[in-house]
Design a protein around this ligand. Structure first.
Ligand SMILES: *Cc1c(COP(=O)(O)O)cnc(C)c1O
Length: 389
């Protein structure tokens, strides 16, 4: 192992306000899953993304779970969900006793394929089993093509939950990622673009649903003097301490986006010239937050594999990762129905086998980035030289 300092994939990056705000929470003794910072964080985040309201929760996963519950997803129901994503996008479907159906990516944005979605709806309507909801994931900070996806869902009258855990601050045709569907969710887990160590947020323009979300997230406690419960709820609210951190982080979100975009550009400049190397495209319809820089290696043009690069980086004490393993390939979801982009092409599988996520933390120094680029260049040069021997 190398004794150079470890470079992480996407570590937390605190600003100057976070600590002061937490101290304020201490001083006021609001060390509870309610309090003034929770209310302010909800207001400020809703204003930032342009949603009518927001509910602060303990994780992105709990936000998705609550979202499905609000849409009355229950036992025996079907929910469509992107396949190329973190497992947390789909697990809440099963928490509700429902059944996921996985939808492939399209090759341009890497997000939900409208043609695969259309096919899934056609089959569902033939079978007479329509989905109760569609979970659309905005991968690695880029919004899915909602103008292609939403009309299909609207046609069948099925609401969309946007999993914008990775895309806070990204935009789509002037709207903010997470505000186009019926409900949107964000995550403030430790590796996300801003973090509260653990946390999440549910946003919507539907005030009735938001009110219900707060109710269900606090054990569905009825407004009575004693503890009265008529339905099943959860303990899903965010703590006032963490909301204080979140407010500070929200204040620097735009800076974080600019840093991550600059990191992406530097990697692209440093590595694009190698044969077979390409980077995640940015669609002209919006602006990505470039949460993670993702690079692809085309096996027809280079002998270097993502695994070789990950190993070489790891030897230099640098963390990198493959892309999310598509959920239809996970043993947990073996046998679950899956709709590829076309009968000939499963885009998510190709991306999974050819991609690598590079260290993208907004606090990554230029020297550290150069270290990553040097290590990868060295590895790919060796392969180029080998090819010409
Ligand atoms: C991180 C993430 C989640 C889950 O968020 P947590 O806050 O870790 O529960 C859900 N979906 C996607 C796409 C994510 O990247």
């Amino acid at each position: 192992m190398n004794d150079a300092q470890k470079i992480y994939l996407s570590p937390p990056h605190m600003g100057e306000q976070e600590q002061l705000l937490v101290m304020d929470a201490f001083a006021s003794n609001w060390i509870a899953p309610i309090g003034p910072h929770v209310d302010s964080f909800e207001r400020e985040l809703a204003d930032y993304v342009g949603a009518r309201g927001a509910v602060a929760l303990c994780s992105g996963t709990s936000a998705i779970h609550l979202g499905l519950r609000l849409l009355e997803v229950g036992k025996g129901d079907i929910v469509f969900c992107s396949s190329l994503t973190f497992i947390a996008s789909a697990n809440p479907i099963v928490y509700q006793g429902a059944e996921p159906v996985f939808i492939d990516s399209e090759p341009d944005s890497w997000n939900m394929s409208p043609s695969a979605l259309q096919q899934a709806f056609i089959d569902a309507s033939c079978l007479g089993r329509m989905p109760k909801a569609v979970i659309v994931v905005h991968l690695y900070g880029q919004n899915a093509d909602m103008d292609a996806i939403k009309p299909i869902c609207d046609h069948y009258g099925v609401p969309i939950v946007e999993d914008a855990a990775e895309s806070l601050g990204a935009s789509y045709k002037g709207a903010m990622s997470g505000t186009i569907g019926k409900l949107g969710i964000y995550s403030f887990s430790g590796n996300k673009i801003i973090t509260t160590s653990s946390g999440g947020m549910l946003v919507s323009d539907d005030e009735v649903l938001l009110k219900k979300a707060k109710f269900l997230a606090t054990q569905a406690r009825e407004p009575a003097r004693h503890y009265q419960h008529n339905e099943l709820g959860y303990n899903y609210r965010m703590s006032n301490l963490l909301a204080a951190v979140g407010r500070g982080q929200l204040g620097v979100l735009n800076d974080r986006i600019e840093s991550r975009r600059a990191i992406f550009e530097r990697y692209r400049e440093g590595l694009s010239a190698f044969p077979g190397v390409s980077f995640m495209p940015e669609m002209s319809y919006g602006r990505s937050n470039r949460w993670l820089t993702v690079m692809l290696l085309d096996s027809r043009l280079t002998e270097t594999t993502p695994n070789q690069l990950i190993d070489a980086l790891s030897e230099q004490n640098i963390e990198s990762r493959p892309l999310w393993k598509p959920l239809h390939l996970q043993p947990l979801y073996e046998g679950v129905r899956y709709y590829p982009h076309s009968p000939e092409e499963s885009v998510s599988e190709r991306l999974f086998h050819s991609g690598i996520c590079l260290p993208s933390g907004s606090n990554l120094s230029v020297e550290d980035m150069n270290r990553v680029i040097r290590c990868m260049s060295g590895c790919m040069k060796k392969e180029v030289v080998k090819n010409f021997r």
